[in-house]
Design a protein around this ligand. Structure first.
Ligand code: ADP
Ligand code: MG
Length: 254
């Protein structure tokens, strides 16, 4: 569904991402994990066309994507950001935030779609005409997820979608994402600095350090202690304690 092929991204002389290669199959959840500054967001932004590719290619459905991305790509591949407050217009109601993508993509029955999406992300109709500041962090992130779903995408790029939320709310939003993925047959690329979160959500993951992929592991491999890189074990140790629920099955060997 998505392939990243020898991707390098530079900001001036600084190489933020170097020689990154991975493939994500349709319906899969693929994780990118690494500490802050390791280049995870830059990879997602390069896929979305928000960061310029210095070298390498991004393929969608087997074809190299063009810069700037076309409308079809933007309909099919939607992004959710870490900070729902920053990503929602403060003076737009939930109704307007959700309607706009439907209007932009020329979808019919905008009213009905807004109602359905609100229900789909677990928000009652009473939220429809509220402003972002009248919502909790978790509710705001539900709106941001709803907005991303509005164009009926096939791929969601999730950049630390729960990192700004309390741990209990994080679990709720991750469960919502799992349910939405199953209902809609979506493909996910999920970025987090927390290996426990990525291992909870993803079948396969790439571990990034200083702009490079140091290792790709499966969840099953992680559980069986097959992480080869000391850096991966370090991340696992750092994720321990952060959320016992997610980490429990992983802590045995870290
Ligand atoms: P992560 O998401 O893993 O925390 P980022 O992809 O945001 O990492 O950043 C990777 C590196 O690229 C960091 O060193 C960061 O400072 C740098 N970087 C990211 N975006 C920009 C930008 N727009 N301009 C200059 N440097 C940037
Ligand atoms: Mg980031």
């Amino acid at each position: 569904m998505i392939a990243v092929d020898n991707l390098t991204v530079r900001f001036g002389p600084v190489e933020a991402v170097g020689d990154v290669t991975f493939t994500v199959r349709a319906g899969e959840s693929f994780g990118l994990v690494g500490e802050s500054g390791s280049g995870k967001s830059t990879v997602l932004r390069a896929i979305a066309g928000l960061a310029a590719t210095a070298e390498g290619r991004v393929l969608f459905d087997g074809a190299a994507v063009r810069a700037p991305r076309g409308k079809g790509f933007h309909k099919a591949v939607q992004m959710v950001f870490q900070d729902p407050y920053g990503s929602l217009h403060p003076r737009h109601t939930v109704d307007r935030i959700l309607s706009e993508p439907a209007v932009i993509h020329g979808l019919p029955e905008v009213d009905r779609r807004v109602e359905a999406i609100l229900a789909g992300v677990g928000l009652g109709p009473q939220f429809r005409f509220r402003f972002p500041h009248q919502l909790s962090g978790g509710q705001r992130q539900r709106v941001a997820i709803g907005r991303a779903l509005m164009p009926e995408p096939t791929v969601l790029l999730l950049d630390e979608p729960t990192s700004s939320l309390d741990v209990s709310v994080q679990a709720e939003v991750l469960n919502l994402l799992q349910r939405i993925k199953a209902e809609r047959g979506l493909t996910f690329i999920l970025v987090s600095h927390n290996l426990a979160v990525v291992a909870h959500m993803c079948d396969r993951m790439a571990v990034m350090n200083r702009g490079r992929i140091v290792e790709q592991v499966t969840r099953a491999g992680l559980r069986q202690g097959r992480a080869a890189e000391p850096y991966t074990r370090q991340l696992l140790a750092a994720s321990k304690g952060f959320d016992r629920e997610f980490a429990r099955e992983l802590i045995d060997y870290a």
